[in-house]
Write a protein that binds this ligand. Structure first.
Ligand code: NAD
Length: 310
């Protein structure tokens, strides 16, 4: 499909990419787009984030405002904290962008907000996809993210080459909002399964079972899962897991609490109990609010489960 200015779905390095939100995730993602040969114009409300992103070898061109980014971009990517930030940014970006601009929101936000953002963009004469990510700062830096995309087919195809410059896997999950739906459902599995694995280790400890023995059995039996074999919450069996470095994240407990809160909100809207998801949301929220919990890897939840038993 050919768009304005001969822009043909972003194959190669033609066209300008605007990037809004250059924080922990957006900064390295924008750098990877520039490394791949794209012209990237960026903006962040925080001057330091903007400076950092434009200072690196493959830096973004700093803009003075979001509207300046929108005016010259063929594709506008956003990587912002929450739905209210995305909707606020879109209020500035949409009227300034040229008709037919492709908006790609990679933030993790509420499904309802993602659909609202899509509808606002389309109403303003643009195209829009939601494309939240899995893989964290490590994946953002290494360009190995997984993108979960909610989009109409032609918009997905237009976004795909841009996303491929920042990630290893791009999955079309369905219509607008489906990317966010996949993200929160996956993280609900992860949040619950980490608690299940942690409870099993705590019970094993009290029964005199060594961590390694439980790991050797469960990792090759029906208890096998990512929370056990990659992000094991006790030190030892998986040397690369955050438990071996005092739970330095990794995937921060505050972000897990946020994602499970989004899952609970979506379950409310659907009238579903999702009992374990809600209990997990509460446990991570409590953990993230206590002491230094927010910044620790979510697998540190095992420390509170141990304390609860004392
Ligand atoms: P961050 O706080 O480091 O970065 C967000 C940036 O957005 C900040 O620099 C902030 O100044 C900027 N910002 C806010 N409103 C703005 C606006 N209107 N215009 C321009 N800039 C604005 O957050 P992060 O860790 O990069 O996370 C971003 C998103 O990615 C979140 O939705 C998060 O849930 C998701 N996510 C994060 C991780 C992770 O490991 N950090 C993993 C997966 C998904």
């Amino acid at each position: 499909m050919t768009h304005r200015n001969g822009f043909n779905g972003f194959n190669g390095s033609n066209g300008v990419i605007g990037f809004i939100g250059l924080g922990n995730m957006g900064g390295p993602m924008a750098a990877n787009l520039a490394t791949a040969g794209h012209t990237v114009t960026g903006y962040d409300l925080a001057p330091e984030a903007l400076r950092r992103a434009s200072r690196t070898e493959n830096g973004v061109r700093p803009a003075r405002s979001a509207t300046e980014v929108a005016r010259e971009a063929d594709v506008v990517i956003s990587m912002l904290p929450a739905g209210r930030h995305v909707l606020a940014a879109y209020a500035d970006l949409l009227p300034a962008a040229r008709p037919g601009t492709l908006f790609v929101d990679c933030s993790t936000i509420d499904v309802a907000d993602a659909r609202a953002a899509h509808d606002l963009a389309v109403h303003a004469g643009h195209r829009a996809v939601d494309a939240p990510v899995s893989g964290g700062v490590v994946g953002a830096t290494a360009a190995s993210l997984t993108f979960m995309v909610g989009a109409a087919e032609p918009d997905f195809e237009a976004a795909r080459p841009v996303l491929e410059a920042m990630g290893r896997k791009v999955v079309h999950c369905g219509p607008p909002g489906a990317g966010q739906a996949a993200k929160i459902c996956n993280n609900m599995i992860l949040g619950i399964s980490m608690i299940a694995v942690s409870e099993a280790f705590v019970l094993g400890e009290s029964l005199g079972l060594s961590h390694q023995a439980l790991y050797d059995v469960a990792s090759t039996a029906s208890g096998q899962c990512w929370a056990l074999t990659t992000n094991c919450p006790v030190p030892g069996p998986v040397p690369t897991s955050p438990a071996n470095r005092d739970y330095a994240a990794g995937f921060a407990a505050a972000l897990m609490a946020k994602d499970l809160g989004l899952a609970a909100g979506a379950a409310d809207a659907a009238g579903l109990p999702t009992e374990l998801g809600r209990r997990a949301a509460q446990l991570y929220a409590d953990f993230a609010q206590a002491d230094d919990g927010a910044g620790l890897d979510f697998s540190a939840i095992i420390t509170t489960l141990r304390e609860d038993g004392k």
